[in-house]
Design a protein around this ligand. Structure first.
Ligand code: ADP
Ligand code: MG
Length: 441
């Protein structure tokens, strides 16, 4: 808007009155415009105030710390979270270097370097130690974003941070609890193993007894042979050559010589069997090494059956129908623990029956091995089916059952990438189906 004042002579002339009217009209217009400007300005001011308050309230309610810096790292603006953290007011912090907030010189130089190097593209979730108001050092996960002017010039940075001390403490506590749980679990696993081993001592002793008595019998024969050979050699050394043929006949030296290799072979076999049993025992009772190995399931099943049946006082018949080769990968000690518990459970369930029987069948179908354990016991009451695999669920008297067998077995089978399920057979009796992948995990 522009107004042109009429020249003085026209104001004084006849047309002067008209000119004055025009001036007054113009002034009115100017005044009106001014009024409108003022209203608009007030409205804008109110909007500005409102958005200022909004930003203030957002900053105040932020739990993360926020620092606005100039290009040299001088603090321009902070939020109440930072004031609370640093134990200083916004005025005290203004214009001080942001680096003063860091815990020590090492952190300061690290921050300088990181902020300088990444000022343009920003820093994300970088952890620094800051000095809190109470003097403690607190790990803070920080983000730094560049602040640019409308012309694209770097004006400074905006830094946000979240103290992670609490989070880390909570994480450590969680980890500790998890470790404790794992330790307890492996202790339980071991305890159940030892309990079943305790029950199996008779079976294992019986199995060991065989080869040992075998070796012992052969050693006694060798002892007798040695004394006869000694007598014969004494005669040879005494130079009584003429007596030798008769003596050889009498002491049956030729039979001794012919028999000795068999005796020695027998002893080697017996000693090897003893060693295998002790190895199996060691493998079974070992606190597990995690390395998976090739497991011969035939051997695992046969050994489990032998150990259980030989230690059971009742008559308990087990028939196995397994293919020649049934191999999977995993821990043979752990899988033996699973199979032995299934055989032992069937033995317990059928105890007292004259025709107590368990039939084990094994099949390899595709990439899976399926072992079925079907007994002719009373089966599992419907109400118990859902609880069988729960730790400490047992229907056996104290001393006979820990209630851990199936729950531990479930975990072992799961770790091997397999499944263990229980069901009742249509004609009575229980059936447990153990499925394992051939390749294992
Ligand atoms: N073959 C089975 N027939 C009937 N019940 C069974 C059989 N196997 C397991 N059970 C039931 O499952 C329970 C839990 O077995 P398990 O976890 O091995 O613990 P435990 O043998 O120490 O009792 C047993 O107490 C029994 O009640
Ligand atoms: Mg059991």
């Amino acid at each position: 808007m522009s107004t042109t004042v009429p020249p003085a002579e026209s104001l004084l002339s006849g047309s002067g009155e008209q000119a004055w009217i025009e001036v007054i009209q113009k002034m009115d217009e100017v005044y009106n415009d001014l009024l409108q400007y003022e209203v608009a300005l007030e409205e804008k001011n109110a909007a500005l105030e409102e958005s200022h308050q909004f930003i203030e309230s957002v900053l105040a309610s932020m739990s993360d710390i926020l620092i606005v810096c100039d290009r040299n790292g001088g603090i321009e603006e902070v939020n109440p979270s930072l004031c609370h953290f640093a134990g200083k007011s916004a005025e005290e912090l203004a214009h001080t270097p942001i680096f003063d907030l860091f815990a020590d010189d090492v952190e300061r130089s690290k921050a300088r370097e990181v902020f300088a190097r990444h000022a343009r593209d920003g820093v994300h979730d970088c952890e620094f130690f800051l000095r809190a108001g109470d003097g403690s050092t607190v790990p803070v996960s920080m983000n730094c974003t560049p602040r640019v002017s409308q012309t694209g010039k770097l004006m400074g940075v905006v830094v946000t941070g979240r103290p992670v001390g609490e989070l880390r403490r909570a994480y450590q506590a969680l980890r500790q609890a998890h470790d404790d749980l794992k330790r307890t679990q492996s202790q339980l696993l071991h305890a159940e193993k030892m309990v079943s081993l305790g029950r199996l001592v008779a079976g294992v002793a019986h199995e060991l007894n065989n080869p040992i008595s075998f070796v012992l019998g052969n050693v006694l024969s060798l002892q007798r042979y040695a004394s006869r050979l000694g007598t014969y050699l004494d005669t040879v050394h005494a130079g009584n050559g003429e007596k030798l043929p008769a003596l050889r006949e009498e002491l049956r030296i030729d039979r001794i010589l012919a028999d000795m290799p068999h005796l020695i072979d027998g002893m080697i076999e017996g000693a090897e069997r003893t060693r295998d049993i002790v190895d199996a025992l060691k493998r079974f009772s070992a606190v597990d090494k995690a390395q998976p190995e090739e497991v011969d399931l035939n051997e695992v099943v046969e050994r489990s059956v032998r150990w259980v049946t030989q230690s059971s006082s009742d008559k308990f018949a087990v028939d196995c129908d397994l293919p020649d080769k049934l191999h999977c990968r995993g821990s043979s000690g752990q899988l033996q623990q699973v199979v032995m518990n299934l055989v032992q459970n069937a033995c317990d369930a059928t105890a007292g029956r004259r025709d107590a029987r368990l039939s084990i069948t094994g099949r390899q179908q595709g990439g899976e091995i399926v072992l079925r354990f079907a007994d002719n016991g009373p089966g599992i009451p419907e109400a118990n089916l859902a609880h069988l695999f729960e730790p400490f669920f047992t229907t056996k008297p104290v001393g006979q059952g820990t209630g851990l067998g199936l729950s531990i077995s479930y975990g072992i089978v799961e770790r091997h990438g397999g499944r263990l399920i229980a069901a009742n057979l249509p004609d009575g009796g229980a059936e447990f189906i153990l499925t394992l992948p051939v390749e294992g995990k």
